[in-house]
Ligand binder design. Structure first.
Ligand code: NI
Length: 132
């Protein structure tokens, strides 16, 4: 792959933190860690600009399954967007708390709708989309 050399001006603390991550997580260099960080940034910021653009990633949802209607609502919104859901995993963390992970692959606009549907469900404690 072709490469370009880019010079960045960053706060000293940020560079120190980056170097710490490079050391602790086994990256071969600052550049290698920065490439990964930048790809994540671009994936997070590109995907909502065009609804038909292919998108893939995972949605992680944390919720209390005792909240009335929540589990049904969560199933309904998933069935309504099944065309982009490749796999689901459900984990019972404790007697109350559930974690669900959806692997998604499809049109960005549909994934966006799915996320909006999940965000709109009362009682969901955390929703996180990770684009890859
Ligand atoms: Ni559960």
């Amino acid at each position: 792959m072709a490469t370009d050399r880019v010079s960045l001006t960053l706060p000293t603390e940020l560079v120190a933190e980056l170097d710490g991550v490079v050391d602790e997580w086994g990256y071969s260099s600052r550049s290698s860690a920065s490439r990964e960080a930048l790809r994540g940034f671009l994936a997070d910021h590109h995907w909502d600009t065009s609804p038909d653009r292919p998108q893939r990633g995972s949605i992680t949802i944390v919720y209390d399954h005792h909240v009335r209607g929540l589990s049904d609502d969560l199933l309904d919104v998933q069935h309504a967007h099944e065309e982009v859901i490749v796999a689901t995993q459900h984990v019972h963390f404790d007697p109350d708390l559930c974690l669900e992970t959806l692997v998604v692959n499809g049109a960005a606009g549909v994934i966006r709708e799915l996320l909006e549907g999940i965000n709109g469900i009362d009682g969901v404690e955390q929703v996180r989309f990770t684009a890859v």
